[in-house]
Each structure stands twice: as structure tokens, then as C-alpha cells.
Design a protein around this ligand. Structure first.
Ligand code: NAD
Ligand code: UDP
Length: 327
């Protein structure tokens, strides 16, 4: 509509990835409404955006329907704790967020006739028996384990998306995000990249769960945001799911050694028990993203880690100045 900026609703916009997405959308000239219950996100992540004339923050839990806007042009659903320690802290609420929250946002998309992008996850593949993982692999997921509130919740969210597409013609866009890292991860987030960097910078032992042979493929957040933007621009009939991740697979031990090298830390490795159901290996097959989105990750791991290390150095300095232990 001429004269009116395009209105993007970002659920979970005060989180790590969501705050990067809000910034990018504002940069593209969109009006951004960020709804977030601040469970794992933080106002600090969006502080620089608060005074932007096209930005609005609403403290809202997506488990409740949101009816605050007359017009919405697109919806991004990133609302859900992503770190295992956080999504397992209140697992029933995690399932509610994944399922009821998704349902509420799909109804909102249906009412507004707008597209909706769902931030799904590589966790839907579970402890994969196919390697690397392609979108047509159905996965190997424990439906009653500690991680199931998240991985089964996200599977149900995908299922709801496809039923709203088939039954009501809602334009859904499902992306399956593989481990993503970068500035604005929280210090106490509990995920491997933030844990290792903070431990290395503080000179504390690096906590490796298991023997360090588990693998993940780490993607820098800027690459993911570019993939999200491209996915939203695809034809209405293209629903995905599409894997978005960096196929550069590393063992957890390799990651620890790289972080120690890049920080110049004297931290030692400490081996702790592996949490139950922790997937052994994970690597995306990104053929579909390359073909349909013309997308591939551009930031190598050491480069992305350097940026993230600089972020955490500043953050730890700020915390020390203000005498705070964690954020
Ligand atoms: P995050 O925890 O930093 O961000 C999640 C945001 O959602 C937070 O701001 C949190 O407060 C908010 N939120 C949680 N439950 C909510 C609710 N019920 N109502 C409103 N807001 C709620 O995590 P992130 O890494 O930025 O992840 C963002 C999304 O991407 C999540 O949906 C996650 O499942 C998905 N994802 C992330 C990764 C990754 O490696 N970072 C991998 C796969 C999928
Ligand atoms: N991990 C670890 N030490 C930590 C945090 C995580 O060894 O301090 C391991 C974890 O067991 C898993 C991998 O690193 O094998 C990735 O964990 P993360 O929580 O970042 O993501 P996810 O398991 O959801 O992929």
C-alpha cells in the first residue's frame, strides 16, 4: 500500500536471532512489531532499536492470541527458547509455545491473509541415522525424552503449518535452522558456542559433555538472516521445509580447541557426562537452499567466532564494570 510501510510481526524478536532479524527488517524499510515475553530474550538486545520510529515492542506471550494490529503484512515466528537448559526448564510451557503459540500465529496469518515463516529446527531430525540430513528424512526422535518438548513441539508446529496451508491456503514458509551462533547470544544461554567462549575468556575449564566426539555444524547468524529474508520472498506455493545451516561439521572437541586458540586462553578441557538423547552428529544437506533460495553460508567458522569473541569480551567488560556475574 503506497505511503504505508510494510508491517512485519516478529514473534521472539527480543531473542538472539530475532533481534538480528528486527534490525535487518528495519534496515529494509519495514515497520517492525516485535512481540516477546522476554523468557530468554532481553530488552538489551533491542535497546538500540527502541527509539526507531518504525519499531514497536510488545511484551506478549504467543500462547495467548495477539490482536493488537489492524494490518500485518508478514509474520516471522521465532518465539521459543532454543537452548536445551532453557526449553527443559519449563517443558510444558515450551510445548505450549511450540503448539498453541504456532496455532495462534497461523490463525493471525489466516485472518490477515499474510505469509508466515516458522523457525523450525534441525532437532526435528533427532539423533539422525541419515547423514547429512536432507529435508525428506523423517528423523529419529524420542517422543518421551527430555528434549521432546522442543523437538516434538517443533514437529507439531510444522504439521500445523502444512495443515493451514492445505486446508486454508495460508502461505507458510518452514525453515529448519541448524546450530547458529553470533553476537547477542546470552552469556548464561548454556549453548556450546557461548559457553566455550565465556569459559575461555574467564580462564575457566571448558566443559565438554561426553568425550567431545559429538558433532555439530555451526552457522553464523548473518548467514541465517540472509536465508530467512530469501525464504520469505519465495513464491506463495513454496512452503519448504528448507534446511538453513553451514555444512562445515566439527566435533565439540575441535570447537573447544579452536575457541582456546582464537582467544589465546589458558583454559583446560573438562569432560562431563553427556546429557540424555544428545544427538551424535548433525550436518545439513543444503542443496535445496542453494537451488531454490540461491543461498549458501558465506562466513567461515573462525571468522564468525572472532566476531562473537569480540562481542563477549565487550559484554564481560560491561558486566565487570557493573559488578554483575551473568546477564
Ligand atoms: P532465544 O532464546 O535467544 O530467542 C527466543 C525468543 O523467543 C526470546 O526472546 C524469548 O523470550 C522468546 N519467547 C520464548 N517463548 C515465547 C512465548 N511463549 N511468547 C513470546 N515470546 C517467547 O533463541 P534463538 O537462538 O534466537 O532462537 C530463535 C528461534 O530459532 C527459536 O524458535 C528456535 O527454536 C529457532 N532455532 C534456533 C537455533 C539456534 O541455533 N539458535 C537452531 C534451530 C532453531
Ligand atoms: N555441549 C558441550 N558443552 C557445553 C554445552 C554443550 O559439550 O558446555 C555439547 C552438547 O552436549 C551438544 C553440543 O555441544 O553435543 C551442542 O550443544 P548445544 O546445547 O549448543 O546445542 P544442541 O544440542 O541443541 O544442538
Amino acid at each position: 500500500m503506497k505511503g504505508h510501510p510494510y508491517i512485519s510481526l516478529v514473534a521472539g524478536g527480543a531473542g538472539f536471532i530475532g533481534s538480528h532479524l528486527c534490525r535487518r527488517l528495519l534496515h529494509e524499510g519495514r515497520q517492525v512489531v516485535c512481540i516477546d515475553n522476554l523468557q530468554t530474550g532481553s530488552i538489551r538486545n533491542i535497546q538500540p532499536l527502541i527509539d526507531h520510529p518504525l519499531f514497536q515492542f510488545v511484551n506478549h506471550d504467543i500462547v495467548q492470541p495477539y490482536m493488537g494490529l489492524e494490518r500485518i503484512d508478514e509474520i516471522y515466528n521465532l518465539a521459543c527458547p532454543a537452548s536445551p537448559i532453557h526449553y527443559q526448564d519449563d517443558p510444558i510451557h515450551t510445548t505450549e509455545t511450540c503448539v498453541i503459540g504456532m496455532l495462534n500465529l497461523l490463525k493471525l496469518a489466516q485472518n490477515h491473509g499474510c505469509p508466515i515463516l516458522q523457525a523450525s529446527t534441525s532437532e526435528v531430525y533427532g539423533d539422525a541415522s541419515v547423514h547429512p540430513q536432507k529435508e525428506d528424512y523423517w528423523g529419529n526422535v524420542n517422543p518421551i525424552g527430555l528434549r521432546s518438548c522442543y523437538d516434538i513441539g517443533k514437529r507439531c508446529a510444522e504439521s500445523l503449518c502444512m495443515d493451514f496451508y492445505r486446508k486454508h491456503g495460508v502461505k507458510v514458509k518452514i525453515i529448519r535452522i541448524f546450530n547458529t551462533y553470533g553476537p547477542r547470544m546470552a552469556i548464561g544461554d548454556g549453548r556450546v558456542v557461548s559457553n566455550f567462549i565465556v569459559q575461555a575468556l574467564r580462564g575457566e575449564p571448558i566443559t565438554i559433555y561426553g568425550d567431545g566426539s559429538h558433532t555439530r555444524s555451526f552457522q553464523y547468524v548473518d548467514d541465517l538472516i540472509e536465508g530467512i529474508m530469501r525464504m520469505m520472498q519465495t513464491d506463495d506455493e513454496f512452503t519448504g521445509p528448507v534446511n538453513l545451516g553451514n555444512p562445515d561439521e566439527r566435533s565439540v572437541r575441535e570447537l573447544a580447541e579452536l575457541v582456546i586458540q582464537l582467544t589465546g586462553s589458558k583454559s583446560e578441557l573438562m569432560f562431563l557426562p553427556i546429557p540424555p538423547d544428545d544427538p551424535h552428529h548433525r550436518q545439513p544437506d543444503i542443496t535445496m537452499a542453494k537451488t531454490v533460495l540461491r543461498w549458501k553460508p558465506m562466513v567461515p567458522l573462525d571468522e564468525g567466532l572472532k566476531q562473537t569473541i569480540e562481542y563477549f569480551k565487550d559484554k564481560l567488560r560491561d558486566l565487570q564494570t557493573n559488578n554483575i556475574i551473568n546477564n
